[in-house]
Design a binder for this molecule. Sequence first.
Ligand SMILES: [Fe+2]
Length: 247
Amino acid sequence: MSATIESSVFQDYDAYTPADYSVWKKLAERQLTALRAVACQEYLDCLDALHPVLSPDHPPRFSDLNERLTAAHGWSIKVVPGFLPVDEFFGLLARRRFCSSTWLRGEDQLDYLEEPDMFHDIFGHIPLYLNQDYATFAERLGQLGVKYAGDEEKITQLQRLYWFTIEFGVLRQADGELKVYGAGICSSYGETKHVYDDPRVEIVPFELDAVLAQDFIISEVQMKYFAIRDFAELWAVVDELEQRWAD
Ligand SMILES: [Fe+2]
């Protein structure tokens, strides 16, 4: 492992307790089973590629994950204590860093969290950084965030774009089947069921202007999802935004 990776990560791995191992195992096993049927193929391929670094058997060791991420497309995990200011967050993405907390929820919080923990950040977000299309989309989104830092309207629009793709993205396959790829869904048993089972949920084709105009509330369950056709569509979206904003 390179010195740069080591110095960018601090996870006190030995501090995880048997209770943490047990919670991680329960969460990961439950989600792996649920996602086999509903996650998009790209996410499942990445999960398989990360095994056994990412598995129910133990909390993930960030240094091991970083080796895999860096070798694939130059990404690595940046440990953060909690929510970051938006400028910092986009700045990290632009430099191919994804931030993660190191704490894990307790047994009594398997289904509800006020703040993202390591299960959400790692299990939900990290696998797709092995997929080049997705990883490049995240990087370009970050670059736009850096370029337009301080422009409140554009930053709000980028946050919405992030929210309805990386956080709560779904994908409508050519055969009409709906798959999920957003980390907020992939890391949550309740959200996974909600997307498919709640009759109030509305799923509409991804349309850039509609997404940029769609407000969201972090603490509330999603009632509207925007379905892309494939990851190439994400690139087209960033192309469109870059062009539009450059004019
Ligand atoms: Fe997230």
